[in-house]
Design a protein around this ligand. Structure first.
Ligand SMILES: NC(=O)C1=CN([C@@H]2O[C@H](COP(=O)(O)OP(=O)(O)OC[C@H]3O[C@@H](n4cnc5c(N)ncnc54)[C@H](OP(=O)(O)O)[C@@H]3O)[C@@H](O)[C@H]2O)C=CC1
Ligand SMILES: O=C(O)[C@@H]1CCC=N1
Length: 270
């Protein structure tokens, strides 16, 4: 990809994407720039770790970019856009990964008919497994979307969705890895409490999660069917699941997703 890419924001989401892009080798390192608000140590770490250019000067980084990736927190958006507003031009593509924030909000804040793509990746980008959802703003065309797909395909899968669906998408695949990690934390605690070595527990649980994911993908079976195949009558799985059922685990998970979705909606309102 013969494009200069500038990240505005150098936190965990930006690093996950950066790391995936670099591993894929789709963009030369000297074409990638990263800026943040003021954390110099973070910029030094990223420069050393990835051999890219990190800078404080946003003007040069933005003016020379073909693709600008917004990766700051939603509440830092206004300040960030006001800093770069005068350096942006319509030939550039702006990709926002901000939870909740619509393409219209960005277009309005910039007051320019700029192509904007909204993306919701997740941190599994770091290992090439992001499930990224993409949607385009009103000034973006097919070519812009294809460019965004080309970029995000290097860090996992891409799915085009309606912008109205971005809140629920953020709740399931943006935040989703955290729910899995939370469950893994509890499984590890139970294993250690039962006397299992921590390393052994981690190894077994990690492969269990990977295996379950692969089963969902490769068999194409519904989750409830796969679950039932493990649940022998009067067996251990039934005993375990009965506690989840008694404690309304599925309702809790649904509430968890709904709350995340609502939070995305709130973030979008500013
Ligand atoms: N974490 C995740 O799993 C995912 C996050 N997202 C989205 O990505 C965004 C970033 O999240 P995350 O990486 O977790 O957050 P972090 O807090 O880790 O990073 C935020 C970054 O934004 C920088 N920043 C703040 N203000 C400005 C500014 N004015 N100009 C340039 N950079 C600025 C910060 O710099 P400094 O440190 O100097 O203050 C920091 O590098 C959020 O909008 C989130 O919704 C999307 C998908 C997944
Ligand atoms: O927690 C957040 O707000 C971000 C968006 C999706 C994942 N992390």
């Amino acid at each position: 990809m013969n494009k200069n890419i500038t990240f505005l924001g150098a936190g965990s989401a930006a690093e996950a994407i950066l790391s995936g892009i670099i591993k894929a080798g789709i963009v030369e390192r000297n074409r990638i720039r990263m800026t943040n608000r003021n954390n110099i140590k973070r910029r030094e770490y990223l420069e050393e770790q990835y051999q890219i250019t990190c800078c404080e000067n946003k003007e040069k980084a933005v003016r020379e970019a073909d693709i600008i990736i917004l990766a700051m927190k939603p509440y830092d958006l206004q300040e960030s856009l006001s800093e770069i507003k005068s350096y942006i031009n319509k030939q550039q593509l702006l990709i926002s990964i901000l939870a909740g924030v619509s393409t219209e909000t960005i277009i309005r804040e910039l007051n320019v008919s700029l192509p904007v793509i909204r993306a919701m990746p997740n941190t599994s980008a770091m290992v090439g497994y992001s499930a990224t959802a993409l949607t385009k703003g009103r000034h973006a065309d097919r070519e812009h979307m294809e460019l965004a797909e080309e970029l995000f395909d290097t860090i996992g899968t891409t799915t085009i969705v309606d912008e109205n669906d971005m809140h629920i998408v953020t709740a399931i695949s943006g935040s989703g890895p955290a729910y899995i990690y939370y469950m893994v934390e509890a499984m590890e605690s139970a294993a250690i409490e039962a006397g299992l070595d921590q390393k052994v527990a981690k190894e077994l649980i990690t492969h269990t999660v990977i295996g379950a994911g692969e089963m969902l993908q490769k068999t194409g079976e519904r989750a409830d069917i796969l679950r039932k195949k493990i649940t022998s009558p009067h067996g251990t799985t039934e005993a375990g699941i009965s506690v989840l059922e008694k404690n309304h685990f599925q309702k809790i998970m649904m509430d968890c997703v709904k709350n995340a979705q609502q939070r995305s909606e709130e973030l979008g309102k500013g």
